[in-house]
Design a protein around this ligand. Structure first.
Ligand code: NDP
Ligand code: ZN
Length: 186
């Protein structure tokens, strides 16, 4: 008699594969904070916010969170991600990847314009991503950022988050609390 594996076993296996892929792709990169934190800490933070703070238990969203900056910031391609992890996860990564052919200002505006059209999984990633980055600006802003630049960045994240309002009460409460703290600190 063959015993079927519980779904959770497969999900943990997938999660670990995704995590290893993302860690490998980001292995030479650092974040912009004063401590130059290893890059992978950020996608892990986003994924953990979705699962634990947000209680949004969607494995594809969490895998998408771990992969959310791979195509934008490394040599990873959508084709590679689809071959390894399937179309559902790749579609989510596509939704949260900026079009790098656009100039910086247009890319920032596109995040605001696209917010209302994102899937529920992609909205959770946006929310976790902005909360993670605002947390970093609050605790340890990039050393070359002026107060004005920090303030502009916070304002932009608030615009993006306002376009996905109603996605997740707990995560939105976390975001606004850290935004307020960041504004007090800067
Ligand atoms: P960004 O302002 O886009 O940098 C922020 C991004 O860097 C985040 O969204 C995040 O993206 C990533 N990041 C990595 N580490 C950190 C961290 N510790 N804290 C916060 N974010 C982090 O940077 P650019 O240099 O690309 O500049 C883009 C825009 O900034 C320009 O369009 C311009 O308008 C503005 N600018 C303003 C200046 C000013 O003095 N006012 C000067 C220069 C530019 P992710 O999670 O995707 O990695
Ligand atoms: Zn990010």
């Amino acid at each position: 008699m063959t015993e079927s594996k519980p779904a959770a076993i497969d999900e943990v296996g997938l999660l670990l594969k995704v995590l290893r892929f993302a860690a490998d792709k980001h292995k030479h990169q650092r974040r912009k904070d004063r401590e130059r934190t290893p890059y992978i800490n950020h996608p892990i933070d986003v994924a953990e916010r979705i699962w634990n703070h947000g209680q949004f238990h969607d494995i594809n969203a969490v895998c998408g969170a771990l992969l959310h900056d791979t195509v934008e910031d490394t040599d990873a391609s959508f084709e590679e991600i689809e071959a390894l992890f399937g179309k559902a996860i790749t579609d989510i990564v596509r939704e949260v990847t900026d079009d790098k052919s656009l100039p910086k200002a247009a890319r920032k505006q596109a995040q605001i314009d696209h917010g209302p059209h994102l899937s529920v999984a992609a909205r959770h990633i946006k929310l976790g991503d902005k909360t993670s980055n605002v947390t970093d600006v609050c605790r340890s802003a990039p050393p070359d950022w002026t107060k004005e630049r920090c303030s502009e960045y916070l304002t932009w994240t608030e615009k993006v988050v306002s376009t996905i309002s109603g996605t997740n009460k707990g995560m939105e409460a976390d975001y606004y609390a850290i935004l307020e703290e960041a504004r007090r600190e800067s």
